[in-house]
Design a protein around this ligand. Structure first.
Ligand code: FEO
Ligand code: CA
Ligand code: CA
Ligand code: CA
Length: 686
């Protein structure tokens, strides 16, 4: 049996090299939320810290116990757990679960097929040269598929799904895997420019035949690359703010590029939202800032220190806080892109606030107003909600889309406060369920700002939008365990949020366990389910419960909505969520190495007697994480991000050869999975 190394001092399982490039070694630094905001959670935390000793023992046992389910290197799909009279699985989840493994491959259930849709370096725009790993140029990269695909969306161009637009984010670059002999202390200008071109987004048309799910890219008038040079229009109430003005843009309304785009969402009007996440790591020399207020504001976003990992500040002043103090304020937003119009200017929506946006997802209220949910993915950060003032225009005309693209620019921004209903003493940090049988409670949305009006004492509305974390600290928002993807169920309206992990919970000086974040040293994360009062998207109060408390099901600190734990797959660090047409939830993970296994994609029913029956559908290659799942009726796609990104590996010593095999370099790619049937494709999970 083979396990990935368990790492100490980092995100529980992610290679330290991933921490370096993806989030600027956030795990090495204390989480930047040092606020002592007046939450009920803090009161609970004081009690919970007393349970820390016990919690550590439980977690250590769990971490040191190899999973009985982990498979040898030749692993294949696993037989379903035996059970007499076991009923047929609910629609959409009827497949032979995949056995957790450490293979350098994408592993899918028996009877399913897979194909690589597009790889880093594949042609997107006319004139793109064939990818040549050893002779890459910035000019080529700007016409090719970018690096480290994360979010993905498929927008059908016909009603059979034979032709679609595939839109993906390219979250970050991992230079030591992109260039042989990379010298991180002295990157060349061309290497830096390649990285600028490898960030951003791609729009590419993909087509398939009727009897296959293998989507293939095609040159088309829709194809587009968004890079760090693409102009974005700044929209919403902070547009034109002095805080956003730079030497290159004295209007504070035009920003070149987007970066660290993590997850995203498809709006009901057919555009793409995408979250700018770990933007702090790209800005150097914050150390030179002497004004204590400004310094604190940078630090609240993790912007501090001298040189950056990638050294971009040597090649363009905008990455240097000492020379261009406001450029950092122009990232950390939710962006919107209209892939239907390749000539359109994408937008940064300032009314949704500035933080490490994992994503934003839209829900439409009965009266047509739209609600956007977004999580700030860092330890001890918050969950936000925005309610628009205007109403959505139905239809998919360009006119309707133009109107709907303004909806996120006027409304009210709120932040969430989650309160538990169990006695504080019962939330002891071990993950043991309280006596009422659930981690659950109620919550409220606290207003931060609406247009030019601020609801936060001591801050103007502009400041609330640009320094949203500080505003949320001041109103007593609830510190969560890394809020990742958040989406409303299309039928029930319940909202699901992946809370990835938080190994700092309960550390000295940090908040202890709270009912929504009930484990100290939380390595495996949880999935939160909540519903707005009376199901009304516009409500300002809600009820909530933890749907899953993730980890090794054999460990007592896990919970799968009450489903028998001997019949579920192990899971760690939930990241993205998606729904299938049957209403099941699908979850992809980023850090299953904490359990000694590769990351994967899981299905789980939300209703009925199978609620909580978590099953592993696929796993991704060594060192990769599973991102951007799309679960359609007949095709599942995932982004395989950073294959081979394990400590000690680099382009001269690759740890993965996926997807091309042999001695080839690993390439982040999109993969499609389908099930051949007698007549065309069978439904997924049928
Ligand atoms: Fe980029 Fe929140 O993961
Ligand atoms: Ca409770
Ligand atoms: Ca993510
Ligand atoms: Ca991730």
């Amino acid at each position: 049996m083979k396990f990935l190394p368990l790492l100490a001092g980092h995100s529980p399982s992610r290679a330290s090299v991933t921490c370096t490039y993806r989030c600027g070694d956030a795990c090495f630094h204390d989480a930047p939320n040092t606020s002592d905001n007046p939450t009920f959670a803090d009161v609970l935390g004081a009690v919970s810290r007393r349970g820390a000793l016990k919690a550590t023992a439980v977690v250590a046992l769990a971490a040191g116990t190899p999973l009985a389910l982990a498979a040898p290197a030749s692993a294949a799909p696993e037989a379903e757990p035996a059970g007499r009279g076991r009923p047929k699985p609910p629609p959409g989840t009827d497949y032979k679960r995949v056995r957790p493994n450490t293979l350098d491959a994408v592993v899918v259930p028996e009877g399913y097929e897979q194909g690589v849709v597009i790889r880093w370096g594949d042609a997107v725009l006319p004139g793109a040269p064939e990818f040549d790993f050893d002779n890459q140029t910035a000019e080529a990269q700007a016409k090719q598929f970018g690096y480290n695909c994360d979010f993905a969306a498929l927008l059908p161009l016909d009603r059979w799904g034979l032709s679609s637009l595939l839109v993906t984010n390219h979250e970050y670059t991992s230079e030591q895997f992109m260039f042989r002999g990379y010298d991180r202390n002295n990157p060349t200008e061309e290497q830096v420019k390649i990285a600028w071109a490898a960030h951003g987004l791609t729009v590419v048309q993909v087509t398939r035949g009727r009897d296959t799910g293998h989507l293939r890219p095609k040159m088309s008038r829709y194809n587009r690359r968004i890079t760090l040079h693409t102009p974005f229009k700044v929209a919403g109430p902070a547009a034109g703010s002095d805080l956003l003005k730079t030497a290159a843009d004295p209007t504070g309304t035009v920003v070149l590029g987007t970066m660290n785009n993590c997850a995203g969402g498809v709006t009901p009007w057919g555009t793409i939202l995408s979250g700018e996440e770990n933007i702090n790591q790209y800005f150097g020399n914050a150390e030179t800032v002497t004004d204590p207020v400004k310094r604190k504001r940078y630090a609240r976003y993790g912007i501090k220190g001298t040189e950056t990992t990638r050294k971009w500040e040597r090649f363009d002043a905008r990455w240097d806080i000492a020379r261009e103090p406001n450029e950092a304020h122009r990232f950390g937003w939710v962006i919107e892109l209209d892939p239907n119009d390749p000539g359109s200017t994408p937008v940064k929506h300032t009314h949704l606030g500035r933080f490490k946006h994992e994503t934003a997802n839209i829900r439409v209220a009965e009266d047509g107003r739209v609600v956007a949910y977004s999580g700030d993915d860092e330890r001890f950060e918050y969950i936000y909600k925005f309610i628009s003032k205007g109403r959505m225009k139905p239809g998919d005309s360009a006119h309707a889309r133009r109107h709907n693209m303004t909806l996120l620019d006027d409304g009210t921004l709120y932040v969430g406060r989650f309160t538990g209903d169990s006695p504080a003493a019962e939330i002891d940090g071990t993950g043991k369920l309280p006596s009422d049988g659930e981690f659950d409670g109620s919550g409220e949305w606290i207003p931060l700002a609406s247009g030019t009006k601020s609801f936060v004492d001591g801050m103007t509305a502009e400041e609330v939008y640009v320094f949203t974390r500080e505003a949320a600290d001041r109103v007593g928002a609830t510190k969560m365990d890394r809020p990742e993807d958040i989406q409303a169920h299309p039928r029930t309206g319940r909202i699901y949020c992946a809370l990835s992990n938080n190994v700092e919970r309960g550390n000295p000086g940090k908040e202890g366990a709270t009912e929504p974040n009930p484990r100290l040293n939380n390595k495996h994360g949880q999935v939160l389910e909540f519903e707005e009062r009376r199901g009304d998207a516009l409500a300002l109060t809600f009820s909530w419960r933890l749907f899953l408390v993730c980890g090794d099901p054999a460990s007592p600190d896990t919970y799968f909505a009450g489903f028998p734990k001997d019949q579920v797959s192990p899971i760690s660090s939930p990241d993205n969520v998606a729904f299938d047409k049957h209403g099941n939830l699908w979850i992809s993970t980023d850090s299953a190495g904490a359990l000694g296994i590769n990351d994967g994609l899981y299905s789980v029913p939300l209703e009925g007697r199978n609620r909580g029956e978590l099953k592993l559908f696929l796993t991704v290659p060594r060192g990769a994480e599973t991102c951007g799942p799309i679960v359609e009726e007949k095709i599942v796609t995932v982004c395989v991000q950073h294959p081979g990104e394990v400590d000690g590996a680099n382009a001269d010593k690759p740890a993965s050869h996926w997807p091309d095999g042999g001695e080839n370099q690993p390439r982040p790619s999109v993969v499609a999975v389908w099930k051949p049937g007698r007549r065309g494709l069978s439904d997924i999970g049928s």
